[in-house]
Design a binder for this molecule. Structure first.
Ligand code: HEM
Ligand code: HEM
Length: 432
């Protein structure tokens, strides 16, 4: 039910509200399925991270001899210490997932096109900052999981041509993860990154208002304006409380992981990267490291950043999947991506190993250029096929290829997390 009358509300509350929202919003823009509240959820999770992070700082000590013990003290001697750590851990995980879903929502409603391109780029930077926050936080407990996950992920940097080794040494301040790495990660985690996130988030919100709120399909104009309070604020309240309840349930029932104290001379088997880098680690199992750790991720990031600046014949629609055929072809892309990714992983694991098969060639060719050309060939044939089958416009085609690549990346991530066991061999999750 839309409420046309502004209810009486405290003045301080209304001032805060007016900084975040206009006094009135269009009735069409506040339907839940328009945004699923994902941007707001991401903002709430960041606030939760800031509050729990500040609480953790009272006990945490960023030195190798003390960090692990400070976590144990937090667990055993501090009232609700373990709970606060669990909330910080699970909100960090949810934050990455929710920001990823928000990116998909923005993309699939075409909200990246003019006048919202700048917010797409700001959003991508925010996403990177959220990943860095998670990554720098990962090291802080200084247990085996933290130490070896950071060691294996930063070693991916080595594969960047020319500057790789120096870059890795610059990031971890030495040839291996050490006391200085911990203090620098801690400073970035608790000071530099939070400040950058706050500033960019404020700018992101301002740009949403500058574009007159979220995107709405043209067919749903003209707008009916309704007061923001209570119409939008109540909905946001319900979403916020549901999310908080969900995180509390996770925090109460599932503890944040903590293995033995970090031991630089005894590595874990398997040594896995943090879960948000698992897709790249899986790519490393199938491509030459220069391709898996550098060329492919970098090209994809550049392509994603450029999506709003391509020339589309359709202006942004605000309609999910652009059109009915856009939806059908995106669905087909999901199915195709799941099938082909699993097929190629199995093929490479058990049947065709180009590096061995073509051992007279340089690995850059046999395990880099050749498999990459095969993958590009598959994408090319697939895009020809769907363009003909569904008579796709350019924006629908871009959407389908984006869905194909993102789904494939998600499948690779899941394979690495749930199906790689000792020595990174493929196995079933119950044998891990
Ligand atoms: C976007 C924001 C943030 C994210 C995504 C994030 C994420 C994380 C993660 C994943 C951990 C490792 C937790 C674990 O052991 O599993 C961690 C630890 C930690 N974070 Fe944050 N954090 C954020 C903001 C902050 C802020 C603003 C502070 C303090 C001002 C903070 C202070 C800490 C401290 C002291 C630890 C070490 C204690 C522990 O490992 O539980 N964090 N963070
Ligand atoms: C910390 C991460 C982020 C936060 C807190 C955030 C927050 C928000 C909020 C609250 C909105 C208003 C509507 C909504 O809820 O969807 C919004 C809109 C928007 N966001 Fe984000 N966002 C984040 C990351 C991203 C990312 C990763 C992207 C894309 C790469 C992005 C691109 C956009 C765009 C283009 C809009 C305008 C959408 C429209 O007009 O319909 N944001 N964001």
């Amino acid at each position: 039910m839309i409420n046309q009358i502004t209810e009486k509300k405290p003045k301080a509350f209304s001032n805060i509200l007016l900084h975040l929202h206009p006094a009135a919003v269009s009735e069409e823009s506040i339907s839940f399925t328009r945004t699923f509240g994902l941007g707001g959820m991401a903002a709430l999770l960041i606030v939760i991270q800031f509050i729990t992070g500040i609480l953790l700082r009272f006990y945490y000590e960023p030195f190798p001899q003390k960090a692990y013990d400070s976590i144990l003290i937090l667990h055993n001697n501090v009232l609700f210490g373990q709970l606060v750590r669990n909330i910080h851990h699970w909100s960090g995980v949810f934050l990455v997932l929710i920001v990823f879903l928000h990116l998909l929502r923005v993309f699939l409603t075409g909200a990246y096109q003019s006048p919202r391109q700048v917010n797409w780029i700001i959003g991508l930077i925010l996403f990177a900052l959220v990943i860095f926050s998670n990554f720098t936080g990962y090291l802080l407990p200084w247990d085996q999981l933290a130490y070896w996950a950071v060691t294996v992920s930063t070693s991916i940097l080595q594969y960047i041509p020319l500057v790789g080794n120096s870059l890795r040494e610059f990031v971890i301040l030495g040839t291996e993860v050490n006391a200085e790495t911990l203090i620098v990660f801690y400073t970035f985690h608790t000071a530099v990154l939070p400040i950058l996130i706050l500033l960019l988030m404020a700018y992101h919100f301002w740009r949403v208002r500058k574009s007159c709120g979220v995107i709405i399909p043209r067919s749903e104009l003209p707008k009916t304006m309704v007061p923001t309070y209570p119409n939008l604020v109540y909905k946001e309240g319900v979403v916020a409380l549901t999310l908080i309840a969900l995180i509390l349930v996770f925090a109460v029932f599932f503890n944040a992981p903590l293995l033995e104290r970090a031991n630089p001379s005894f590595s874990l088997n398997p040594t896995k990267a943090p879960w948000y880098f698992a897709g790249i680690q899986e790519l490393l199992m199938h491509f030459h490291p220069f391709f898996a750790g550098f060329l492919i991720p970098l090209t994809l990031i550049i392509l994603i950043a450029f999506i709003p600046f391509l020339k589309y014949e359709q202006s942004p629609t605000g309609i999910w999947f652009v059109s009915d055929k856009g939806k059908k072809s995106a669905k087909l892309s999901v199915v195709f991506a799941v099938a082909i990714t699993i097929f190629l992983v199995l093929l490479n694991e058990y049947l065709i190993n180009f590096e061995m098969l073509l051992s007279w060639l340089s690995p850059v060719i046999s395990n880099g250029i050749i498999p990459l050309l095969i993958v590009l060939g598959i994408i090319w044939i697939y895009s020809k096929y769907i363009t003909k089958k569904f008579k796709l416009s350019f924006s629908e085609l871009v959407q389908s290829i984006f869905v194909l690549i993102i789904t494939s990346f998600v499948v690779l991530t899941l394979i690495n997390i749930f199906f790689r066991g000792t020595n990174m061999q493929l196995t079933f999750p119950w044998n891990l």
